[in-house]
Design a protein around this ligand. Structure first.
Ligand SMILES: [Mn+2]
Length: 326
């Protein structure tokens, strides 16, 4: 049980670095903030680090303003905790060396992992990394959720369950959420910030993205497209694209929903396209993502692929069709 090893490192240490994957989402950041609050409740010192800025919609999270964009110089840590991260490639390119970071402890719930980390606490039966953090908290001997951990951990669970809607949401999920509400999380505040409260630019972008809807394979595959021109025209930023793929899944009969996003030009000048995939659960879209060099979960996965949006969309459709016909 690797959780026991993580517990030893916490009890044996005093000062910890916490980080998460690039472009943090509600589970990655919520788990990091929640774990930070738990460690502080145990009398530990924490530094929270994200090289990427936090998305606007998560800045309501208590103490998210304390997340630093660079690891402070001249400090060392007894261990470094990484939340919700399935692979080294999803972390900042430059990380502190082992003599600064201490052992790397990965706290995650993804089905696949690339082996990164000295201690990997990976529990795919957990609906969110936030749930793994709560299990770790119990093992650390904390009986009650610290108030400061309640909102971020509730946010982690709400994000990864789509507001308790997705498959994998269990009575245990609901009980954990109830504990977090009792500890001080307000469901509407979290739901409003996570799912509503849209910037006008995002709403305008959605209009263009919905216009791009295409379906294939007798309506069982749907795609949406985001171009740099749409982004420039609406003034939307990258964070505002997050979650738009779900609109493709809403269409009745769709089993594989894809969003292809004209991303960046790679170092060698080649166009790169980001792919987000969703399913209703019958189809394992992580298999499509893996075929494209990415990864993820059964019902939510993604990849970054070399090629134009048109080329990459064609590959996504072909891989999805193969899976549907298998
Ligand atoms: Mn997650």
């Amino acid at each position: 049980m690797t959780r026991a090893r993580a517990v030893e490192l916490v009890h044996g240490g005093r000062r910890f670095l916490l980080t998460c994957h690039l472009r943090p989402d509600g589970d990655a950041l919520g788990s990091m903030l929640g774990l930070a609050a738990i460690l502080r409740a145990l009398g530990k010192e924490v530094v929270m680090f994200s090289s990427d800025p936090l998305p606007e919609y998560l800045r309501f999270l208590p103490r998210s303003g304390e997340v630093v964009r660079a690891v402070p110089e001249g400090e060392t840590f007894d261990a470094t905790f990484v939340t919700d991260t399935a692979s080294r490639a999803l972390l900042p390119a430059v990380l502190p060396p082992p003599e600064v970071s201490g052992p790397w402890v990965v706290i995650d719930h993804h089905a696949a992992h690339d082996g990164f980390g000295d201690v990997v606490v990976r529990e795919p039966d957990a609906v969110a990394t936030g749930e793994v953090v709560l299990r770790l908290m119990a093992d650390l001997g904390l009986e009650r959720v610290p108030t400061e951990a309640a909102v971020p951990l509730y946010t982690a669970i709400v994000t990864d369950t789509g507001g308790f809607r997705y498959q994998g949401t269990t009575p245990t999920t609901m009980r954990l959420a109830a504990d977090l509400v009792e500890a001080g999380a307000d469901p509407w505040t979290v739901a409003y910030n996570v799912f509503e409260g849209w910037a006008p630019e995002r709403m305008k972008l959605l209009g263009f993205v919905l216009e791009s809807l295409e379906t294939w394979h007798a309506g069982r595959i749907a795609s949406l497209t985001v171009t740099r021109a749409m982004m420039a025209h609406t003034g939307a930023d990258d964070d505002m694209v997050e979650g738009l793929v779900n609109y493709a899944r809403m269409l009745r009969g769709v089993e594989v929903a894809a969003l292809v996003w004209e991303w960046r030009v790679g170092a060698d000048g080649a166009p790169m396209t980001k792919v987000s995939l969703r399913s209703r659960g019958s189809i394992d879209v992580s298999r499509v993502a893996v075929a494209l060099g990415g990864g993820g979960h059964r019902s939510a996965a993604g990849a970054t692929v070399e090629g134009t949006v048109d080329e990459v969309r064609a590959r996504v459709v072909a891989e999805s069709a193969r899976l549907l016909d298998a």
